[in-house]
Design a protein around this ligand. Structure first.
Ligand SMILES: [Zn+2]
Ligand SMILES: [Zn+2]
Length: 589
């Protein structure tokens, strides 16, 4: 009885672009006979100008072959580069519009700074945001810019209990597209506390059923769940033709021909659903060729992830040492023949947009000197034989300094080691060094009241989490660095008693922290909201207050004032590692 028709679509897709509008330099390891030795060559890869010209080409070919075309983004466009530190969602909105994105999934990094920034972003983009398991029904309507009323936000339909979805007509045959994001958003990002992420599998099943009830049998899911979860979901939920995903930065396909690895084949089929993902940082373009049967099942799913390369190859990453002409030709000939590589010119429209609106300020930032690093400042996450991080304490110090500048009488600051990303050599530093290398995550500062007992528990929890001392940790990144707060951590002590000599620097001297007393602390929004072992900091009675200033902005202001950065005179906190485990093992034997 069905009067449905088959549909042939080409879907260009990107994910996790993280504000990489500019190309990246990548090294390509080519087979022995191409270069006559084991050398690698460097190439310029990706960037939005190349993505744009590749998309135009793919679109033209799709139309020539009588295929419908669509271009989508599977989430995480925020963060990553100075373009984001400087322009937040504005540069992304302008550039995603310019390259012709037609729908986007909501990534966790879009929510690093709360709903408001996403709402501002949505006011600027020409495409819908698919966030089908995001329940905005209880969002406070009195916020300056609430998300719930925006028609471009296809969130959870609370009344009908399924995702809002998009319908694309292909020769008058409808195709439905919905989006899903990871449920544990609150644990890894900062959605406003009045908005919730619902179970992915339930929402997917209900949404597929709702779409079918409307007489539509061709369904695509745009997901920011991660590759493994996409595969799982494909196995769990019937009736989805394709899952176009992101989050794990997975580059599907075999890239051994250019010296990289293999992750499945492109467009892996699971239970009748094909799953795709296209790497990260705008380096590759995914091109899914999806043929639906009239009944909505997948007749054929194919296509490719292609690295988008420029035509110049060099021997070094800074692209100054050139290959001799015959080698250059051999490299080019080899790469031209590879199906997972596409040479593309930069689209002048995108270049113009970057040049006119964004690039000059970014270039200026990259070169302006902020301060001088007077001696090498080493970063290590967990203190080792050479001591603790010399740069992380300065970063926390900048948080305390910044919040006091803004009138908050904070007692101390706490920051996780993983939030600091580099050591510094001696010499001048620029904004690019600070926002691009030292503190690349544009996460805001928050001040919050906390009792002495909470601080004690949080420090112990964070260190246990970092060193895996009898608890399941999430890695060394949670190790705490502090300012105006010192402690001794004794690994061998019983759980709950590992923090000793906890003191706060108050009115010019160190005084014992009182477990009952309430203090005011400052951290990144990540730590202040209890991520990675810091859950003891979360207070049910009062929410942390955002300062609307990022970590990099605070550090930059602090460095400008100090002018010369030196290592802290002493490690204010002591970490006494566990030798006790070995002892007990010996005793037992
Ligand atoms: Zn990402
Ligand atoms: Zn993500």
């Amino acid at each position: 009885m069905s009067d449905h028709r088959p549909v042939k679509m080409t879907i260009a897709h990107i994910n996790d672009t993280h504000s990489h509008f500019e190309p990246s330099s990548i090294s390509l390891k080519l087979p022995y006979d191409v270069l006559n030795n084991e050398m690698s060559v460097f190439a310029s890869c990706g960037g939005f100008s190349r993505v744009s010209s590749a998309v135009k080409d793919v679109k033209r070919h799709a139309y020539l072959n009588e295929r419908e075309f669509m271009f989508v983004h599977a989430g995480d466009c925020f963060q990553g580069t100075l373009y984001f530190s400087l322009y937040k969602g504005v540069a992304n909105a302008r550039l995603l519009n310019a390259i012709g994105i037609e729908a986007m999934a909501l990534g966790n990094h879009e929510l690093d700074m709360g709903n408001g920034i996403v709402a501002d972003f949505m006011d600027m983009v020409d495409f819908p945001l698919l966030a089908g398991n995001w329940d905005l029904s209880q969002e406070n309507p009195d916020k300056p810019n609430p998300l719930a009323p925006k028609p471009q936000v296809l969130a959870y339909d609370h009344l009908n209990q399924h995702a809002h979805f998009l319908v694309k007509e292909v020769d008058s045959e409808p195709v439905a597209i919905f989006g899903l994001s990871i449920e544990n958003m609150a644990a890894i990002a900062n959605p406003d506390p009045d908005t919730f992420f619902l179970n992915v599998t339930d929402v997917a099943k209900n949404t597929v059923a709702a779409i079918r009830r409307q007489g539509i049998n061709k369904i695509i899911l745009l997901s920011h769940l991660g590759y493994e979860r996409d595969l799982e979901l494909a196995a769990q939920v019937e009736g989805i033709g394709a899952i176009i995903g992101g989050h794990t930065h997975t580059m599907q396909g075999n890239f051994q021909n250019v010296g990289y690895g293999v992750t499945d084949e492109y467009a892996r089929m699971v239970n009748g659903t094909c799953v795709v993902q296209a790497g990260c940082n705008a380096m590759a373009l995914g091109q899914l060729e999806l043929d639906f049967n009239a009944d909505g099942t997948v007749a054929k799913a194919g296509g490719v992830n292609q690295l988008l390369l420029g035509r110049q190859f060099t021997l070094d990453a800074s692209r100054s040492q050139h290959l001799d002409e015959s080698t250059h030709e051999a490299v080019k000939a080899y790469l031209y023949a590879q199906p997972n590589v596409r040479f593309c010119a930069k689209d002048p429209l995108i270049e113009n947009l970057l040049n006119e609106e964004f690039r000059p300020a970014v270039r200026l930032l990259q070169t302006e000197q902020i301060a001088v690093v007077a001696e090498p400042l080493r970063h290590t996450r967990i203190p080792d034989q050479r001591g603790a991080s010399q740069i992380a304490p300065l970063v926390v110090d900048s948080f305390v300094w910044q919040s006091r500048q803004m009138g908050f009488e904070v007692h101390f600051g706490i920051h996780n080691a993983g939030g600091v990303r580099t050591s510094f050599h001696e010499g001048p530093i620029t904004s690019a060094d600070i926002a691009g290398r030292l503190l690349p995550f544009a996460i805001g500062l928050m001040v919050y009241p906390v009792t002495g007992a909470q601080v004690r528990a949080a420090l112990e929890g964070a260190i246990d989490n970092a060193i895996d001392n009898g608890v399941e940790g999430t890695g060394s990144g949670s190790y705490p660095y502090t300012s105006h707060l010192k402690y001794l951590y004794r690994c061998c002590a019983p759980k709950g008693k590992r923090i000793e000599a906890l003191q706060v620097y108050f009115e010019g001297q160190w005084v014992d922290v009182n477990d009952e007393q309430r203090y005011l602390s400052v951290s990144s929004g990540y730590t202040a909201t209890g991520k990675e072992g810091y859950n003891a900091l979360v207070d049910e009675t009062s929410e942390p207050q955002p300062l609307n200033i990022t970590m990099a902005e605070a550090f930059e202001a602090y460095a400008r004032v100090r002018q010369s950065l030196t290592a802290p005179p002493e490690d204010i906190s002591l970490f006494i590692p566990c030798e006790c485990q070995d002892d007990s093992a010996e005793g037992a034997a």
